[in-house]
Design a protein around this ligand. Structure first.
Ligand code: MG
Ligand code: ZN
Length: 272
Protein backbone atom coordinates (compact mmCIF):
# COMPACT_ATOMS: atom_id res chain seq x y z
CA UNK A 1 0.00 0.00 0.00
CA UNK A 2 2.48 2.61 -1.17
CA UNK A 3 -0.30 4.86 -2.43
CA UNK A 4 -0.43 7.36 0.43
CA UNK A 5 1.89 10.26 1.21
CA UNK A 6 1.43 11.83 4.66
CA UNK A 7 2.84 15.34 5.02
CA UNK A 8 3.29 16.65 8.57
CA UNK A 9 3.85 20.18 9.76
CA UNK A 10 6.23 20.00 12.75
CA UNK A 11 5.56 22.70 15.40
CA UNK A 12 2.26 22.20 17.29
CA UNK A 13 1.49 19.23 15.01
CA UNK A 14 4.16 16.59 15.76
CA UNK A 15 5.40 18.40 18.89
CA UNK A 16 3.10 20.28 21.28
CA UNK A 17 4.85 23.65 21.14
CA UNK A 18 6.68 25.90 18.68
CA UNK A 19 10.32 24.73 18.71
CA UNK A 20 11.67 28.26 18.08
CA UNK A 21 9.73 29.70 21.03
CA UNK A 22 10.59 26.68 23.16
CA UNK A 23 14.38 27.14 22.72
CA UNK A 24 14.25 30.93 23.15
CA UNK A 25 12.04 30.72 26.26
CA UNK A 26 13.91 27.83 27.89
CA UNK A 27 17.26 29.63 27.41
CA UNK A 28 15.84 32.81 28.95
CA UNK A 29 15.85 35.05 25.87
CA UNK A 30 12.10 35.74 25.56
CA UNK A 31 12.31 39.49 26.25
CA UNK A 32 14.96 40.13 23.61
CA UNK A 33 13.02 37.96 21.12
CA UNK A 34 9.82 39.97 21.69
CA UNK A 35 11.73 43.24 21.46
CA UNK A 36 13.34 42.36 18.10
CA UNK A 37 10.33 40.59 16.51
CA UNK A 38 8.74 43.75 15.07
CA UNK A 39 12.05 44.70 13.39
CA UNK A 40 12.81 41.64 11.21
CA UNK A 41 11.31 38.49 9.65
CA UNK A 42 10.91 35.56 12.11
CA UNK A 43 13.46 33.36 10.31
CA UNK A 44 16.15 36.10 10.34
CA UNK A 45 15.35 36.77 14.00
CA UNK A 46 15.97 33.11 14.89
CA UNK A 47 19.45 33.31 13.33
CA UNK A 48 20.02 36.54 15.32
CA UNK A 49 18.78 34.89 18.55
CA UNK A 50 21.25 32.03 18.07
CA UNK A 51 24.01 34.68 17.80
CA UNK A 52 22.82 36.37 21.02
CA UNK A 53 22.59 33.06 22.90
CA UNK A 54 26.06 32.06 21.64
CA UNK A 55 27.56 35.36 22.85
CA UNK A 56 25.90 34.76 26.26
CA UNK A 57 27.87 31.51 26.47
CA UNK A 58 25.02 29.14 25.59
CA UNK A 59 26.41 26.13 23.70
CA UNK A 60 25.00 23.75 21.09
CA UNK A 61 24.79 21.14 23.88
CA UNK A 62 22.58 23.55 25.88
CA UNK A 63 20.27 23.85 22.86
CA UNK A 64 20.24 20.06 22.35
CA UNK A 65 19.34 19.50 26.02
CA UNK A 66 16.43 21.95 25.71
CA UNK A 67 15.24 20.27 22.48
CA UNK A 68 15.28 16.87 24.17
CA UNK A 69 12.74 18.19 26.69
CA UNK A 70 10.32 19.38 23.98
CA UNK A 71 6.75 18.42 24.99
CA UNK A 72 5.01 15.88 22.75
CA UNK A 73 1.69 14.05 23.14
CA UNK A 74 2.34 10.36 23.98
CA UNK A 75 0.21 9.08 21.06
CA UNK A 76 2.05 11.00 18.31
CA UNK A 77 5.13 8.75 18.10
CA UNK A 78 3.00 5.54 17.93
CA UNK A 79 0.78 7.21 15.29
CA UNK A 80 3.80 8.03 13.11
CA UNK A 81 5.24 4.52 13.50
CA UNK A 82 1.86 2.92 12.66
CA UNK A 83 1.38 5.09 9.55
CA UNK A 84 4.86 4.07 8.42
CA UNK A 85 4.17 0.38 9.17
CA UNK A 86 1.02 0.63 6.99
CA UNK A 87 3.25 1.56 4.07
CA UNK A 88 2.74 5.33 3.94
CA UNK A 89 5.50 7.64 2.73
CA UNK A 90 5.99 10.24 5.51
CA UNK A 91 7.37 13.74 4.92
CA UNK A 92 7.80 16.92 6.96
CA UNK A 93 7.20 20.46 5.71
CA UNK A 94 8.14 22.94 8.44
CA UNK A 95 9.10 26.56 8.97
CA UNK A 96 11.32 25.58 11.95
CA UNK A 97 14.87 24.53 11.00
CA UNK A 98 16.70 21.30 10.19
CA UNK A 99 18.85 21.23 13.34
CA UNK A 100 15.88 21.52 15.74
CA UNK A 101 13.78 18.99 13.79
CA UNK A 102 16.55 16.40 13.38
CA UNK A 103 17.61 16.70 17.03
CA UNK A 104 14.04 16.11 18.25
CA UNK A 105 13.32 13.28 15.77
CA UNK A 106 16.57 11.55 16.74
CA UNK A 107 15.72 11.87 20.43
CA UNK A 108 12.25 10.36 19.77
CA UNK A 109 13.78 7.54 17.67
CA UNK A 110 11.86 8.78 14.62
CA UNK A 111 14.61 9.91 12.24
CA UNK A 112 14.30 6.80 10.01
CA UNK A 113 10.55 7.21 9.52
CA UNK A 114 10.55 10.29 7.28
CA UNK A 115 11.67 10.19 3.65
CA UNK A 116 11.98 13.96 3.39
CA UNK A 117 12.28 17.06 5.60
CA UNK A 118 11.56 20.35 3.85
CA UNK A 119 12.52 23.21 6.15
CA UNK A 120 14.92 26.12 6.74
CA UNK A 121 18.56 24.95 6.44
CA UNK A 122 20.81 25.25 9.50
CA UNK A 123 24.34 24.30 10.50
CA UNK A 124 26.77 24.76 13.38
CA UNK A 125 29.61 27.10 12.33
CA UNK A 126 33.26 26.85 13.41
CA UNK A 127 32.60 29.02 16.48
CA UNK A 128 29.92 26.59 17.60
CA UNK A 129 27.08 28.96 16.77
CA UNK A 130 23.92 27.64 15.11
CA UNK A 131 23.26 29.43 11.84
CA UNK A 132 19.72 29.39 10.41
CA UNK A 133 18.99 30.47 6.84
CA UNK A 134 15.76 30.84 4.86
CA UNK A 135 14.35 27.87 2.90
CA UNK A 136 13.67 30.30 0.07
CA UNK A 137 16.35 32.94 -0.60
CA UNK A 138 14.06 35.98 -0.58
CA UNK A 139 16.99 38.42 -0.96
CA UNK A 140 17.57 37.01 -4.48
CA UNK A 141 13.90 36.80 -5.47
CA UNK A 142 10.46 36.45 -3.91
CA UNK A 143 8.53 33.18 -4.04
CA UNK A 144 5.61 35.34 -5.10
CA UNK A 145 3.04 34.03 -2.60
CA UNK A 146 1.29 36.69 -0.54
CA UNK A 147 -0.14 34.17 1.96
CA UNK A 148 3.26 32.97 3.23
CA UNK A 149 6.27 34.43 5.07
CA UNK A 150 9.16 35.54 2.78
CA UNK A 151 11.48 32.66 3.75
CA UNK A 152 9.13 29.79 2.95
CA UNK A 153 5.96 29.05 0.98
CA UNK A 154 4.82 25.56 1.96
CA UNK A 155 2.40 25.64 -0.99
CA UNK A 156 5.36 25.86 -3.39
CA UNK A 157 6.94 22.83 -1.64
CA UNK A 158 3.69 20.83 -2.01
CA UNK A 159 3.18 21.84 -5.63
CA UNK A 160 6.72 21.80 -7.03
CA UNK A 161 8.29 19.05 -4.95
CA UNK A 162 5.71 16.67 -3.57
CA UNK A 163 2.85 16.74 -6.10
CA UNK A 164 5.29 16.70 -9.04
CA UNK A 165 7.01 13.58 -7.73
CA UNK A 166 3.60 11.98 -7.02
CA UNK A 167 2.30 12.41 -10.55
CA UNK A 168 5.48 10.82 -11.90
CA UNK A 169 4.92 7.82 -9.59
CA UNK A 170 1.30 7.27 -10.63
CA UNK A 171 -1.80 7.96 -8.54
CA UNK A 172 -1.16 8.74 -4.90
CA UNK A 173 -3.25 10.37 -2.22
CA UNK A 174 -1.95 13.13 0.06
CA UNK A 175 -2.85 13.59 3.71
CA UNK A 176 -1.67 16.94 5.10
CA UNK A 177 -1.56 17.66 8.86
CA UNK A 178 -0.99 21.14 10.25
CA UNK A 179 -2.09 23.84 12.67
CA UNK A 180 -0.71 27.22 11.61
CA UNK A 181 -1.55 29.96 9.13
CA UNK A 182 1.50 28.82 7.10
CA UNK A 183 -0.33 25.52 6.50
CA UNK A 184 -3.26 27.24 4.74
CA UNK A 185 -1.43 27.85 1.43
CA UNK A 186 -0.43 24.15 1.03
CA UNK A 187 -3.99 23.11 2.03
CA UNK A 188 -5.31 25.16 -0.89
CA UNK A 189 -3.02 23.18 -3.25
CA UNK A 190 -4.47 19.79 -2.23
CA UNK A 191 -6.64 18.07 -4.82
CA UNK A 192 -9.96 16.23 -4.75
CA UNK A 193 -9.33 12.82 -3.16
CA UNK A 194 -6.66 14.28 -0.82
CA UNK A 195 -7.21 14.95 2.89
CA UNK A 196 -6.36 17.87 5.14
CA UNK A 197 -6.20 17.38 8.92
CA UNK A 198 -6.25 20.83 10.56
CA UNK A 199 -5.80 21.09 14.33
CA UNK A 200 -9.15 22.27 15.71
CA UNK A 201 -9.35 25.89 16.91
CA UNK A 202 -5.85 26.68 15.65
CA UNK A 203 -5.20 29.25 12.85
CA UNK A 204 -5.33 26.76 9.93
CA UNK A 205 -8.73 25.44 11.09
CA UNK A 206 -10.09 28.98 11.49
CA UNK A 207 -8.87 29.97 8.00
CA UNK A 208 -10.44 26.84 6.45
CA UNK A 209 -13.74 27.47 8.29
CA UNK A 210 -14.01 30.98 6.79
CA UNK A 211 -14.67 29.44 3.37
CA UNK A 212 -14.46 25.63 3.36
CA UNK A 213 -15.45 25.51 -0.32
CA UNK A 214 -12.00 26.81 -1.26
CA UNK A 215 -10.55 23.49 -0.04
CA UNK A 216 -10.82 20.61 -2.54
CA UNK A 217 -9.49 18.01 -0.08
CA UNK A 218 -11.67 16.27 2.53
CA UNK A 219 -11.39 18.07 5.90
CA UNK A 220 -10.88 16.05 9.12
CA UNK A 221 -10.06 18.15 12.20
CA UNK A 222 -8.36 16.86 15.35
CA UNK A 223 -7.69 18.32 18.80
CA UNK A 224 -4.82 16.35 20.34
CA UNK A 225 -2.37 13.53 19.71
CA UNK A 226 -4.94 10.88 20.57
CA UNK A 227 -7.39 12.17 17.96
CA UNK A 228 -4.55 12.67 15.50
CA UNK A 229 -3.69 8.97 15.85
CA UNK A 230 -7.33 7.77 15.52
CA UNK A 231 -8.24 9.96 12.56
CA UNK A 232 -4.98 9.49 10.66
CA UNK A 233 -4.98 5.69 10.99
CA UNK A 234 -8.70 5.53 10.14
CA UNK A 235 -8.13 7.56 6.99
CA UNK A 236 -5.19 5.38 5.95
CA UNK A 237 -7.22 2.19 6.52
CA UNK A 238 -10.24 3.59 4.65
CA UNK A 239 -8.11 4.60 1.66
CA UNK A 240 -6.43 1.17 1.72
CA UNK A 241 -9.81 -0.61 1.80
CA UNK A 242 -11.08 1.48 -1.13
CA UNK A 243 -7.93 0.67 -3.09
CA UNK A 244 -8.35 -3.04 -2.31
CA UNK A 245 -12.04 -2.91 -3.26
CA UNK A 246 -11.11 -1.37 -6.62
CA UNK A 247 -8.47 -4.03 -7.08
CA UNK A 248 -10.92 -6.82 -6.22
CA UNK A 249 -13.68 -5.48 -8.48
CA UNK A 250 -11.15 -5.17 -11.31
CA UNK A 251 -10.08 -8.76 -10.63
CA UNK A 252 -13.78 -9.83 -10.53
CA UNK A 253 -14.38 -8.33 -13.97
CA UNK A 254 -11.39 -10.22 -15.30
CA UNK A 255 -12.64 -13.48 -13.76
CA UNK A 256 -16.14 -12.98 -15.16
CA UNK A 257 -14.75 -12.32 -18.62
CA UNK A 258 -12.57 -15.38 -18.36
CA UNK A 259 -15.38 -17.65 -17.14
CA UNK A 260 -17.68 -16.30 -19.87
CA UNK A 261 -15.15 -17.36 -22.47
CA UNK A 262 -14.56 -20.70 -20.81
CA UNK A 263 -18.28 -21.29 -20.38
CA UNK A 264 -18.92 -21.36 -24.13
CA UNK A 265 -17.55 -24.76 -25.08
CA UNK A 266 -18.83 -26.28 -21.84
CA UNK A 267 -22.36 -25.01 -22.50
CA UNK A 268 -23.04 -27.56 -25.26
CA UNK A 269 -23.08 -30.84 -23.32
CA UNK A 270 -25.26 -29.27 -20.61
CA UNK A 271 -28.05 -28.55 -23.10
CA UNK A 272 -30.11 -31.64 -23.83
MG1 MG B 1 2.78 24.32 13.12
ZN1 ZN C 1 2.30 30.22 -0.09
Amino acid sequence: MAGIVVVFDFDKTIIECDSDNWVVDELGATDLFNQLLPTMPWNSLMDRMMKELHSQGKTIEDIVEVLKRTPIHPRVVPAIKAAHALGCDLKIVSDANLFFIETILKHLGLEEFFSEINTNPSYVDEQGRLRISPHHDFIKCSHGCSLCPPNMCKGVVIEERIQTSLSSEGKKKLIYLGDGSGDYCPSLKLKEGDFVMPRKNFPLFDLICKDPLLIKADIHEWTDGEELEHILLNLINTIAMEENAQFISAADCKLQTMSAHEALPQALPVRQ
